[in-house]
Design a protein. Structure first.
Length: 178
């Protein structure tokens, strides 16, 4: 990802007054080098309702595609053009994909795109810059900066057919299987 993400997090002081507790880059990115896709987790919750009492860092060093059971993840992902992504995917470390949960989510039988996958989540995807094609088993649509997609646990892929990276923000929330 070309631009460093600044993450500002709020909390409370000893008197209960609102303050800024973090201001700077988040830990990571975690999946840089895996097929050229760069994912930066900004915040993660482990339960619903979320616990706002702790000021501890919510992101740990273990990248996982889906959020924790009953939890959520706020993530920004930069997708390189497919030509670059597929060249890097051929060299990707299978062990990293397996440990991240991505291997279990992949639909290897889908011939339309190597990136087809699904998770038991509801995802809110916002295109921040560039453009990307959202692909379903049947059909596809071009999304541009400012567009939003609500992804409801369906099999899908992201295809960047342009010549520049596409940057998307995601909120992934654990959900019952479809």
């Amino acid at each position: 990802m070309s631009k460093q993400i600044r993450r500002v997090v709020t909390g409370r002081d000893a008197r209960g007054k609102s303050i800024f507790i973090m201001d700077g880059p988040p830990p990571g990115p975690f999946s840089e080098g895996t097929a050229g896709v760069v994912a930066t987790d900004l915040w993660k919750t482990g339960a619903t309702p979320a616990n706002n009492r702790s000021d501890d860092e919510a992101i740990d060093a273990n990248f996982r595609l889906p959020p924790p059971k009953n939890g959520s993840i706020f993530r920004v992902v930069s997708y390189p053009p497919d030509a670059e992504r597929f060249a890097a995917l051929a060299k990707a470390n299978a062990a990293l994909e397996q440990s991240s949960g991505m291997e279990a989510a992949r639909d290897k039988a889908n011939p339309r795109h190597r990136g087809f996958h699904k998770t038991d989540t509801i995802d809110y995807a916002i295109v921040l810059s560039g453009e990307i094609v959202a692909m379903m088993d049947e059909g596809e649509t071009l999304l541009r900066a400012g567009d939003v997609l609500v992804q409801r646990g369906t099999n899908h892929a992201w295809s960047n057919r342009a010549n520049e990276p596409a940057v998307l923000a995601f909120v992934l929330i654990d959900a019952e299987p479809a």
